[in-house]
Design a protein around this ligand. Structure first.
Ligand SMILES: Nc1nc2c(ncn2[C@@H]2O[C@H](COP(=O)(O)OP(=O)(O)OP(=O)(O)O)[C@@H](O)[C@H]2O)c(=O)[nH]1
Ligand SMILES: [Mg+2]
Ligand SMILES: [Zn+2]
Length: 289
């Protein structure tokens, strides 16, 4: 199957149900062949790296219950718009979205008005589960374990935010490799190099994944993206135009709510940036799915 067209790079991914032919059942040197990948109930996909020409879907995981976006409050500092984009991909397929804000121990006083904590509170107000955690102090680790129990989940986030460390904290037997964040660049070192699914002692499965820089959701039309911002629904009912993209149009209920501080400016900007990216992609390549 790997010899297929370029798109075949994700012919079988973590979470796939497959038909498997056992060639050798000897536990010392088991061997077999994947013969068929069953239809996926859902998936989390992004546009593969630029070098693929921007036409290739990269499926990060299939058949999952929830996607857990992990950010660190410091070292590395969060990527603008990452959570917004990931939640769009989750909404697209009806996958539950969860946000973990890790390294809370690095924020001197977690009650102070940290911008990222404020953003977390906003996502929580939209109904997403948001966990303030520290793999080092133990804060939120029990809560993190609880949300993973009996579910199939994907952990995703930039390199160095502490995905593997958090998993080791709830299940030390995993003994996952973790790595220092480089002082100079403040970036992680891409310690985890492939996505791998682990059974959890308390039930459920968790996939740890390599750090990613950006997330461009796959298979979303520019005109659709507004539908995956649940906080825009109410305001959009007051837009003059039914086709309003909440950008330059007059009498826009969403922009009115931004002006009233009901919808934060950063949230609207995350939407506009994603909309622009999707429009550019469509203009360049033509929309395909
Ligand atoms: N201060 C602090 N450091 C943490 C915390 N969690 C993880 N770290 C540190 O952050 C560094 C990176 O942790 P990893 O678990 O390797 O990060 P990762 O997200 O798995 O990174 P990749 O595998 O490269 O994607 C390590 O040095 C950890 O010790 C935390 O809650 N607080
Ligand atoms: Mg890791
Ligand atoms: Zn509008």
């Amino acid at each position: 199957m790997k010899k297929g067209p370029r798109e075949a790079q994700t012919v079988a991914v973590v979470g796939d149900r497959v038909r498997f032919l056992v060639l050798d059942s000897d536990p010392d040197h088991p061997n077999g062949v994947i013969e068929e990948v069953m239809p996926r109930r859902n998936r989390i996909s992004r546009l593969a790296a630029r070098r693929s020409g921007g036409r290739t879907e990269q499926v990060l995981m299939a058949n999952l219950d929830q996607v857990v976006a992990v950010q660190s409050l410091r070292e590395p500092s969060p990527q603008t718009g990452f959570v917004d984009r990931l939640l769009v991909a989750a909404e697209r397929f009806g996958v539950l979205g969860v946000l973990v804000l890790n390294k809370c121990d690095l924020v001197s006083d977690s009650t102070d008005l940290d911008r990222e904590l404020e953003k977390g509170d906003y996502f929580a107000s939209l109904g997403y589960r948001v966990i303030r955690a520290s793999a080092h102090s133990g804060q939120g680790v029990q809560e993190f374990q609880d949300i993973l129990t009996d579910r199939i989940s994907l952990l995703i986030g930039a390199s160095g935010v502490g995905k593997s460390t958090l998993l080791n904290a709830i299940q030390p037997g995993l003994e996952l490799r973790v790595g220092e964040v480089t002082g100079k660049t403040g970036l992680g070192r891409h310690i985890t190099t492939r996505t791998e699914l682990f059974p959890l002692d308390n039930g459920g499965f968790i996939a740890d994944s390599p750090g990613i820089r950006g997330f461009d959701p796959w298979d979303i039309d520019p005109e659709q993206v507004r539908d995956y911002f649940p906080d825009f629904v109410e305001g959009s009912q007051e837009c003059k135009f039914r086709t309003c993209l909440h950008r330059d149009e007059p009498q826009c209920g969403v922009k009115a709510r931004v002006a009233q501080h009901v919808i934060p400016v950063w949230r609207h900007e995350a939407y506009l940036a994603l909309l622009r990216d999707l429009e550019e992609r469509k203009a360049k390549l033509g929309y395909r799915n």
